[in-house]
Design a binder for this molecule. Structure first.
Ligand SMILES: Nc1ncnc2c1ncn2[C@@H]1O[C@H](COP(=O)(O)OP(=O)(O)OP(=O)(O)O)[C@@H](O)[C@H]1O
Ligand SMILES: [Mg+2]
Length: 449
């Protein structure tokens, strides 16, 4: 028994006027594993609690298997919730902790067979007679999971169930959760702020920002075709490189995207996507380069579609199986306010306030800007001066504007000037508000490639 969960234009406010969930629509298929992903405070738990019936829905509609369910009490929803802080009864053994809800739901029925079967599934048979105080954190979480599973609910709602555990155990339990939910075939909604966890667990991932759904898709889709700069920056490690660029499309010359001191020359004949970029002529855009789009190699080894830039090594981060090289290419990184450290955040806010329209200022005061554009770039006319010819980073700036992943056998040291080949086929371009314009939204490249 599993169920379809669908939300239609669902909103929720705690304080007047500030929506923490804003017109969210989401259709979760029976048996699907859907992950709600987003930074802290974006409304993930609130969405989950509305599905569970623990939080009232202000506006919009919740349907369970197509039936209107806004007012259905939690007990009538047949769902089991697993929280970050697994609450086990301290005076009960694992067996009783797992069996307790069964005794309440089906009085008169012997819970032992179900408890035993669940324990076998989770590999906790040996722990059944112990008290919670005699269990490790991971074991306790498994017992808590057992309590949810033994009930045979029609859906699991899990709110960061692994975030209190160490990395090794988290990975282990992640694999177990995947296996279990597949075996049980029960619809699961799983909340996390950890993108790697979301990508490894979900059939689909729904990315939230400030209570607003940004994108929902398979892990492959949200990685390969992020709808906006927020999704692009939130998903993937190392984080996608985001550089501020200027499109130059002269009528009689090659089309380029200027990156401050250097530029990317778009290979001819122009692809359909790049032809569409022409309308951005003279406008500032954001160029997104994932680490697989850039490689350190001799210019002569350039493959078709690769263009050359150079970078000054600022910092080499050794990671064992790979090395992350931080380069200064003389370009300016684009800032996604919610995902940055406090310093650039303040800078962007101030600019927005000074330069914003009356409407923007009102929306900001009303707290509605969280749902607005992901990033707002100023007009190129009042942009900062171009970086100096020596490509030396300004005082106080973080070293490097471009991070490239490479194998550990390359010997690179700070201060070296290195050729970089950029694969234009892997280029993302976002407009001034952070919406993806390249690859063009209408044209979906073959993801099977
Ligand atoms: N009972 C409440 N009263 C007032 N505001 C609340 C309440 N619960 C949550 N909020 C606010 O609503 C917003 C969304 O909260 P929510 O707990 O859904 O976020 P989240 O995405 O789960 O965050 P985290 O990853 O930190 O758990 C936050 O700004 C939070 O402060
Ligand atoms: Mg939460």
């Amino acid at each position: 028994m599993t169920r379809a969960i669908s939300l239609h234009d669902v909103s929720k406010s705690y304080a007047k006027g500030v929506r923490v969930v804003d017109r969210l629509s989401l259709d979760i298929e029976p048996g699907e594993f859907l992950v709600l992903l987003g930074p802290s405070g974006c409304g993930k738990s609130t969405v989950l609690r509305m599905i569970a019936g623990l939080e009232e829905i202000d506006e919009g509609e919740l349907r369970l298997d197509g039936e209107w369910a806004n007012d259905l009490p939690p007990s009538g929803r047949d769902m089991a919730m697993v929280f970050q802080n697994f609450a086990l009864y301290p005076s009960m053994t694992s067996r009783d902790n797992i069996g307790f809800p069964l005794r309440i739901e089906t009085p008169g029925e012997d819970p032992r067979p179900r408890v035993d079967a669940t324990a076998r599934m989770l590999g906790i048979e040996d722990l059944l007679d112990r008290l919670p105080a005699q269990l490790s954190g991971g074991e306790r979480q498994r017992v808590a999971m057992g309590r949810a599973i033994a009930r045979h609910p029609s859906a699991f709602l899990m709110d960061e169930p692994l975030s209190n555990l160490d990395a090794k155990l988290r990975n282990h339990l992640r694999a177990e959760i995947t296996k279990l939910t597949r075996e049980l075939g029960v619809t699961t909604v799983y909340v996390t702020h950890d993108q790697a966890e979301a990508m490894s667990l979900g059939d689909r991932v729904a990315v939230l920002r400030g209570g607003v759904l940004q994108q929902v898709g398979t892990p492959r889709e949200v990685y390969a075709l992020p709808r906006n700069v927020f999704v692009a920056a939130f998903i993937g490690t190392p984080r996608i490189n985001l550089l501020r660029g200027l499109v130059r499309a002269p009528l009689d010359g090659a089309m380029t995207i200027s990156l401050g001191k250097q530029y990317l020359r778009l290979p001819e004949p122009l692809s359909l996507d790049h032809q569409l970029l022409r309308v951005q002529q003279g406008r500032e855009v954001i160029v997104g380069l994932r680490s697989e789009a850039v490689r350190i190699a001799k210019p002569a080894s350039a493959r078709p579609g690769e263009v050359l830039i150079t970078g000054l090594v600022e910092h080499v981060e050794f990671q064992g199986h790979e090395v992350l090289v931080h380069f200064n290419t003389g370009s300016r990184p684009a800032v996604v306010p919610e995902l940055e450290s406090p310093r650039p955040l303040r800078r962007v806010r101030r600019r927005r306030r000074e330069g914003g329209t009356v409407l923007e200022r009102i929306r900001e005061r009303a707290g509605a800007l969280r749902a607005g554009p992901v990033v707002v770039l100023e007009d190129p006319a009042d942009a900062e001066p171009e970086p100096s010819a020596e490509m030396v980073p300004p005082e106080g700036r973080l070293p490097g504007d471009l991070i490239v992943r490479t194998t550990p056998d390359i010997d690179l040291r700070q201060g070296m000037q290195v050729p970089l080949l950029v694969d234009i086929g892997h280029l993302f371009v976002f407009d001034q508000h952070g919406e993806r314009i390249c690859p063009a939204p209408a044209r979906l490249p073959d993801l099977e490639e």
